[in-house]
Every structure is written in C-alpha cells, then in structure tokens.
Design a binder for this molecule. Structure first.
Ligand SMILES: Cc1cc2nc3c(=O)[nH]c(=O)nc-3n(C[C@H](O)[C@H](O)[C@H](O)COP(=O)(O)OP(=O)(O)OC[C@H]3O[C@@H](n4cnc5c(N)ncnc54)[C@H](O)[C@@H]3O)c2cc1C
Length: 453
C-alpha cells in the first residue's frame, strides 16, 4: 500500500491550493480526483466539438499572489464587460460616460454608503429599501442578488462584505482572468505541482476512510492508500451544516458557439439585470423570488461569460441562468419559458447575434451533473446573516475539510483557495507542535537515563 504524509481528495481550487502548500512544506502529498481531469468547477469541457467553461470564469487576485509565491508566474488580464438594465449599459471598468450615467443617483449612492457604514442592516433588501429611491439604481444594486444566487431578502450583507474583506484579502476588487482560458491555467498549475512532487491520480474516487491508530487508510475505486493526514474537498455532511441556512440554487447553462464573422465586442462578460420591484410592488414580483419559490419567472437575470479560446471560426459563450429551486430537469415547455426571454434580451444586448449562433445547447442542472459529475452550484446550502460556515477540522474523525461548504466565508473560488491554504497551514503547525513534543519527551527520557547511569 502506498504511503504519503497527506492525501488530498479533489482537484478543484481548494485541493490544488492545499496540496501545493503541504508539498512545499515537505509533506509528501497524493491528490486523488474522481473525474478524468483536474479543476473541478474551474476548467473547461467539450460538447459536440465546442469547448466551454465548466463554471468559474473570473478569479480574485489571491490566485495570482499564491501562484507567484509557489513559483508559478501565470499571466492574467483584467476582465471587461457591461451590465445591461432598463435598456441601458454600464461598463466595467467604468468609462467617463458611465460616471455621467450614474451621476443622477449620487444621493442614493451616499445614503447607501452611510447605511452600509452604520451596520444596522443584515440583508440586501433592507439596506436598499432604506437607501435607494431610484428604480434604475435599485435594479443595479440588485446585481448582488444575481451574484449571490438568492432573493434580496435572503442576501446577507455579511456575504457581500466578505468579497472585499481586508482580513480574508481575496482581492475581488481586482478580479483577474487567465490568459488562454481556464484549462490552460489549470494544466499549468498541475504541471507545476507535479514538478514540486505532488502525485496526481485521476479517475480515482474516495470511497471510505478508515482511521487506524497512527495513520488513515483511504479506500478508493483504484485501491487503498495511507497517510497521516486526510484533507477532503467533498461537501460536509448535512448534520454539520450551519444552524441556520437556506436552500442553495443551482445554475443551468445555455451554451452558444457564435460565428467569428459576427463582431462580438471585446469583453469577457456581460450581465443582464431585470427590473427590481418598485416600492409599490410586492417583493414577489422580482424574478429571483419566483426562482426561489420554484417558479419560472417572466424575465430572467443572467451572466454571460466569453471563453478565451482560439478557434478559427467561432467563439463560445456560457450563459448562466438559475434554475428554479427543485427544477433540475425542466420539461420542454419550461425550458422554452426559461430560454426565450434570455434569447430576446441577448438580441437587445448584441444586435444581430441570433443569426450568428451556429450551435446552441441548454444544459439543465441534471444534464450538467450527469456529464461533469458535480453540481453547478456555489455551495450545498445558502448562508444567512447569522450563520457561520462549519469548521475545517472534524475532531471526531480527525479529517480536514476544504472547499465550498466550510470556513471561510464566501461562496466563490477565493473562499475555496483560502480553505485549502488554511487547512494546509493547520497541518503544518500541528506537525511542528508534534515534532516539538517528541523532542521534549525524548529529551526528558535522555536526561532520566543519564541520571540513572
Ligand atoms: C456557475 C458557477 C459560476 C461560478 N463562477 C465563479 C467565478 O467567476 N468566480 C469565482 O471566484 N467563483 C465562481 N464560482 C464558484 C467557484 O467555481 C467555486 O467556489 C470553486 O471552484 C469551488 O472549488 P472547490 O475546490 O471547493 O470545489 P470543486 O471545484 O467542486 O472541486 C471539488 C473536486 O473534488 C472532486 N471530488 C469530489 N468528491 C470526490 C471523491 N469522493 N473522490 C475524488 N474526488 C472527489 C470533484 O470531482 C471536484 O473535482 C462559480 C460557481 C458556479 C456554480
């Protein structure tokens, strides 16, 4: 049976970052992955000869910082795009004309900032209702409802703050996109880790962990391996979920290949935001409330991301749209209800695009899971304002957990990376403490023997 200091389960960002730190600190590390390739939700996949993102498309600056520290200087660039709402376009990064467009809402902006500072509010809807008078600006701020995959009443301000938190230091204020796309980045990371000594086994699924006195045995579909430490990026079990949480939405994806003749703008992403309800409306009128209640909305917010791939005759884009809660496999009528408003908006955002689409495929949550073997969602549960993510170490089994379902705060790749780093650091300091304790005991034993002599 092959023996290692540490076994890491899963080659998503959490697993890659944990393995990198452990190996660099001198612990021999085996990384096992059930899929045939690395990356988890960050990577690419192929469908009918076209290549698409799996999910993640833009990263926090933490990624570049950590890669550099590990000795890999991968190139990134700044994302560009726009938000489309009420028929208007707001670019990011801001251009002069966007500042002019937002100028009329300066009092809303000031009230919003003041109320954020007061820390009186827990949820996005409370903050917005107390601060924002203008409907256009309200719809813009409800961007976070799309980003956090929940209705504004359920979007905890704590979760939004975590993105920009100084202590967590993810660096989402400086988002980055890998040159050449996700696959190139992940392949470079795997090559680098292999050069450091990490052993990778693909198509290898962890089935069981047996705790022996001095080590752990990881039983997989390919055989058994032993190690002193086991770190897993599997979701934590339901009994360890936070005390308070909401159900998590999953994403369906519309996959498009677009003829290169079509002049697609030089952007990495574009977001469509439906109108937020005016104060007179019931909150049920907001599309995300429908989604959270398992209903198809009339209008549907979405995020379009363009892949950075170099095919001769086409480009590919993913359109992420939330599936109504519980509707993993919509029937034909529901699929039409979901896709039609999106295609209509797409034509408004990119006039002429409908005629340039050479391939389209609606990937339901169920089909995504069947093809890629993981669920297209940010976390298995939705964090509420009072909840904390579960700890990374289960003292009962002495297993370490990393990834989406555990500390730290955030449902994004930055949180997954930091969970891997946190666990690796915990193991490294445990090693150091155990080594110190052994030296002390051996030292004491030596002194006693000397006294006896
Ligand atoms: C649609 C969508 C878009 C997103 N976009 C962004 C974005 O733009 N920016 C951002 O920062 N975040 C984004 N996220 C979030 C981000 O993708 C995830 O937070 C992050 O990639 C999760 O990494 P992970 O390592 O925790 O988990 P995963 O990426 O899910 O990796 C877990 C790995 O473990 C493997 N595994 C599981 N069980 C076993 C087992 N028993 N044996 C062996 N292997 C196993 C899986 O196959 C998988 O490869 C997005 C998420 C979604 C769903």
């Amino acid at each position: 049976m092959e023996d290692y200091d540490a076994i890491v389960v899963g080659s998503g960002f959490a697993g890659l970052f944990a393995a990198s730190r452990l190996q660099r600190k001198g612990l021999s590390t085996l990384l096992i992955e059930k899929s045939s390739g690395p990356g988890g939700l960050c990577g690419n996949f192929e469908l009918k000869g076209y290549e698409f993102h799996r999910a993640c498309f833009e990263y926090p600056e933490l990624l570049q910082r950590e890669l550099r520290q590990s000795g890999l200087d991968y190139p990134f660039f700044e994302p560009k795009g726009f938000v489309f709402l009420h028929g208007k376009r707001i670019n990011f990064p801001f251009k002069a004309m966007d500042i002019v467009k937002l100028a009329p809402y300066c009092f809303d902006i000031l009230r919003l900032l003041k109320n954020i500072k007061s820390k009186k509010f827990e949820y996005l809807s409370e903050l917005v209702e107390a601060s924002v008078k203008n409907d256009f600006f309200k719809s813009l701020v409800y961007l976070f409802s799309l980003g956090e995959s929940a209705p504004p009443e359920k979007v905890a301000l704590k979760s939004i703050a975590a993105l920009f938190d100084k202590e967590l230091n993810y660096g989402y204020q400086k988002p980055i996109v890998p040159v050449g796309g996700n696959k190139k980045l992940i392949d470079a990371m795997v090559d680098h880790l292999q050069s450091l000594g990490v052993v990778f086994l693909f198509n290898t699924e962890k089935e069981q962990i047996i705790n022996h006195h001095s080590h752990k045995e990881v039983i997989t579909n390919q055989g058994s391996y032993t190690a002193r430490y086991v770190v897993t990026s599997e979701d934590i079990t339901v009994d360890k979920y936070p005390q308070e949480y909401g159900p998590a939405l999953a994403n369906s994806v519309i996959l498009l290949a677009i003829d290169k003749q079509f002049e697609f703008p030089d952007i990495t992403e574009a977001l469509y935001l439906p109108r937020a309800p005016t104060s007179a409306d019931s909150s049920d009128a907001f599309w995300m409330n429908d989604i959270y209640q398992g209903k198809m909305p009339d209008d549907h917010g979405f995020i379009l991301s363009k892949t950075d791939l170099t095919a001769d005759d086409h480009i590919t884009v993913n359109i992420y749209c939330h599936a109504p809660l519980g509707v993993d496999q919509p029937d034909a009528k529901q699929t039409m209800q979901l896709c039609e408003p999106i295609y209509r908006q797409l034509e408004q955002m990119f006039p002429g695009i409908s005629d340039a689409i050479i391939f389209k495929h609606f990937l339901s949550v169920a089909e995504y899971e069947q093809r890629l073997h993981f669920r297209p969602q940010h976390a298995p549960f939705h964090m509420l304002a009072n909840s904390e993510k579960p700890a990374n170490h289960d003292a009962e089994t002495d297993i370490y957990y990393i990834g989406k379902s555990v500390y730290p705060q955030g449902e994004n790749s930055g949180a997954s990376m930091l969970s891997g780093i946190t666990v690796a650091e915990a193991i490294i300091s445990r090693e150091a403490n155990e080594a110190k304790a052994t030296t002390k005991t051996t030292g004491k034993a030596m002194t006693a023997t000397e006294e006896m002599a």
